[in-house]
Design a protein around this ligand. Structure first.
Ligand SMILES: O=C(O)CCC(=O)C(=O)O
Ligand SMILES: [Fe+2]
Length: 197
């Protein structure tokens, strides 16, 4: 329930903490974004995974697909489209990524709850490059120690969000459910997965 109406459909925050995250709309043109959205929706090996919620296992309210390095699973080979996007975001992030997580939000009922992306799998102070296609959704961010400090970014079709080193430690983020009708959205988060050999 908390997910539904904390700061629903929050608009664009006027100032974002630039040292933590940088938003770039229109990294991909509309026609290319339309093509990529359809391609990812129809061709990715989507799964609805189980996640631990306290002592229960529940289905995640969205579909996911992982490519490249994974901790527990066999890697799925990169597609030409994913390699093209990876090559485009790497110079912007200043990082070579070895993994990408695709999230498919089918409608406003799909979401991701407050979390930060785990530092143990991703190494300390991970940099994450996030690319969005499809329905504009609000990406909410709040300080873990002070929920009063919060921001929202409307992630547009073809946009790029760079989550810089330090963001995951101090802040958590989510995509809230929406009561407004929402079309499909696919988000890609490029990551560096480090193996604990
Ligand atoms: O869909 C998004 O924009 C964010 C996804 C996310 O936070 C994640 O996969 O860790
Ligand atoms: Fe995340």
């Amino acid at each position: 329930m908390e997910q539904l109406c904390f700061f629903p459909e929050a608009g664009q925050s006027k100032s974002l903490p630039k040292e933590m995250l940088e938003y770039t709309p229109g990294l991909f043109r509309k026609e290319e974004s339309d093509y990529l959205l359809e391609k990812f929706i129809s061709e990715s090996p989507w799964k609805q995974r189980l996640q631990k919620m306290w002592d229960k296992e529940v289905l995640t309210p969205r579909l996911t697909a992982w490519y490249g390095e994974r901790m527990e699973e066999e890697p799925i080979p990169w597609t030409p489209e994913l390699l093209m996007i990876k090559a485009k975001v790497e110079p912007l992030a200043g990082v070579e990524f070895n993994s990408v997580l695709l999230n498919y939000y089918r409608d406003g009922n799909d979401s991701v709850a407050w979390h930060s992306d785990k530092v143990n799998v991703l190494g300390k102070r991970p940099v994450i490059a996030s690319v969005s296609f499809g329905q504009v959704r609000s990406f909410d961010i709040r300080n873990k120690g002070d929920h009063g400090e919060h921001y929202s970014v409307r992630l547009e079709h073809g946009s790029f969000l760079l989550m810089k080193a330090g963001l995951q430690e101090a802040f958590e983020h989510r995509i809230a459910k929406s009561v407004k009708p929402m079309k499909a959205r696919v988000n890609l988060t490029f990551r560096v997965v480090k193996h604990a050999y």
